[in-house]
Design a protein around this ligand. Structure first.
Ligand code: SF4
Length: 367
C-alpha cells in the first residue's frame, strides 16, 4: 500500500472505491467486495470484518484507524435524540447529532472543528476555528449514526450538514463527502442538505455542481444591519447578493433554498421582522424554517415562546411566504452546535455533566 501514503494513516472511510481497489492490488477481487460491504453495509471497522483473513485485516488496520474516539454521549427526547462528542486524532473535538423520527433518522454532521464565522449566538462560533474535517472524518460520523439507527430499529435516511463549522468554508471536502454519501453510503441526493451562513461564491458553485442536494441558508435577520450584527459574514455578502444566489440555486437545481430562522426572543421575532422576512422569502423563491433558539451560555438571549412563533409563522403566510415551524430537538442536552464540546471543555458554565460511555462495538463481528 506504499504508493498510497496520501490516504494511509487516515480513516478507513477516507479512500474511495477506486483507491481501495489500488490499495488491495494483488488480492482476489472478492476481498475488495468483502471490505466494502463490511465498511459501508455493516458499518464495521476493518479489524471487525471477519470475512477477511486476519493478516489482511491487521495490515489494513495498521494503516487505517478510525478517526473518531468517543469522548461523551448524551441522549434526550426519550432516546430520540442522541448527541456524540468525538475527539479527533490530533486533539480537536467535534459533535454529531442523530434524531429519530418515525422509523427513519436524520444525522446532523460537523464539517469543521470549530468555526471562523463568529456568529454571536452560536457556541461553536464563540469557541473559534480549529481546522477543516477530512472526507473520512465526515463519513465516519454518518457511519456511526447508521450503526446507532440500526440498533434503535430505525434507518438513517437523511444527512444534514448543520453541525459544527461552516460547510461552504470547507467546500471541496464537503462536496466530495456529498458525492460519496450518494454513491457509497446510499443516501439519496435529495435527502442531503448543506447549510451555509451565506458564502455567496460557494452557493453559486454548489448550484452548478449537478447535485440535487438541498441548500439551507441560515438567514436569521432580513435587514443588513441586524444580520451583520448576528452573522458578521453578512458584511461581505449582504442579503441582496444572497437572494440572487437563492434564485440561481432554484433555477439551476429546481430546488428551493430553505431560509433558516432561529427565533430569538426580542431580537428577530417582531412583526416588522416577519414583514421583512416575507419580502426576502418571496424574492428568493425560498421556504422559511422557523426554529426556536437553543439557549447558548455566553449570549444573553433566549428562544421565542411557542405562541409567538406560531403568530410569526401566520404573519409570514398571510404575506405570501411559505413557512414551517420546526421542533427543537435536545435542548436539554446542549444540542445547539458547539455546546457539548464547550461543556466538556468546561467553557459552558452551568451545563450538566456529560455522560461518558465506551464506543459501541458490534460484538457479533468482533474477533
Ligand atoms: S452558526 Fe454556523 S457558521 Fe455561525 S459560528 Fe456557528 S457553526 Fe459557524
Amino acid at each position: 500500500m506504499s504508493e498510497h501514503d496520501d490516504v494511509s494513516g487516515s480513516s478507513p472511510w477516507t479512500p474511495s472505491h477506486d483507491e481501495w481497489t489500488a490499495l488491495l492490488d494483488g488480492e482476489p477481487k472478492y476481498r475488495l467486495d468483502q471490505l466494502w460491504r463490511g465498511l459501508y453495509q455493516e458499518q464495521l471497522e476493518p479489524e471487525q470484518i471477519s470475512t477477511l483473513p486476519k493478516s489482511l485485516r491487521h495490515r489494513i488496520a495498521e494503516q487505517f484507524t478510525p478517526s473518531l474516539t468517543l469522548s461523551a454521549r448524551q441522549a434526550a427526547d426519550n432516546g430520540k435524540t442522541i448527541k456524540w462528542l468525538w475527539t479527533l486524532p490530533d486533539g480537536p473535538r467535534i459533535e454529531t447529532v442523530l434524531m429519530h423520527y418515525d422509523r427513519r433518522s436524520t444525522v446532523c454532521v460537523s464539517s469543521q472543528a470549530g468555526c471562523a464565522m463568529a456568529c454571536g449566538f452560536c457556541a461553536t462560533g464563540q469557541a473559534g476555528y480549529e481546522r477543516h474535517l477530512s472526507v473520512g472524518e465526515i463519513l465516519e460520523q454518518v457511519v456511526a449514526a447508521q450503526r446507532q439507527a440500526t440498533e434503535d430499529d430505525s434507518r438513517l435516511s437523511n444527512v444534514v450538514f448543520m453541525g459544527m463549522g461552516e460547510p461552504m468554508a470547507n467546500y471541496d471536502k464537503v462536496v466530495e463527502s456529498v458525492r460519496r454519501l450518494i454513491t457509497d453510503v446510499g443516501i439519496g441526493a435529495r435527502k442531503i442538505t448543506v447549510s451555509t451562513v451565506g458564502l455567496a461564491p460557494q452557493m453559486r458553485r454548489l448550484a452548478d455542481e449537478g447535485l440535487q442536494v438541498g441548500l439551507a441558508l441560515s438567514l436569521h435577520a432580513a435587514n443588513d444591519d441586524l444580520r451583520t450584527e448576528l452573522v458578521p459574514v453578512n458584511k461581505r455578502h449582504p442579503i441582496d447578493e444572497l437572494i440572487d444566489c437563492c434564485r440561481h440555486y432554484k433555477q439551476s437545481t429546481g430546488r428551493r433554498v430553505s431560509l433558516e430562522w432561529a427565533m430569538i426572543d426580542g431580537v428577530n421575532d417582531r412583526d416588522s421582522d416577519a414583514d421583512e422576512l416575507a419580502i426576502v422569502a418571496r424574492r428568493a423563491h425560498a421556504h422559511v424554517n422557523l426554529i426556536p433558539l437553543n439557549p447558548t451560555p455566553g449570549w444573553p438571549t433566549v428562544g421565542t415562546p411557542p405562541d409567538r412563533i406560531a403568530a410569526f409563522a401566520r404573519r409570514l403566510t398571510d404575506r405570501g411566504a411559505n413557512a414551517t415551524v420546526r421542533a427543537n430537538r435536545g435542548t436539554d442536552i446542549d444540542a445547539a452546535c458547539g455546546q457539548l464540546a464547550g461543556a466538556a471543555a468546561g467553557t459552558n458554565t452551568g451545563q450538566q455533566a456529560v455522560t461518558l460511555r465506551p464506543p459501541r462495538r458490534p460484538d457479533k463481528h468482533s474477533t
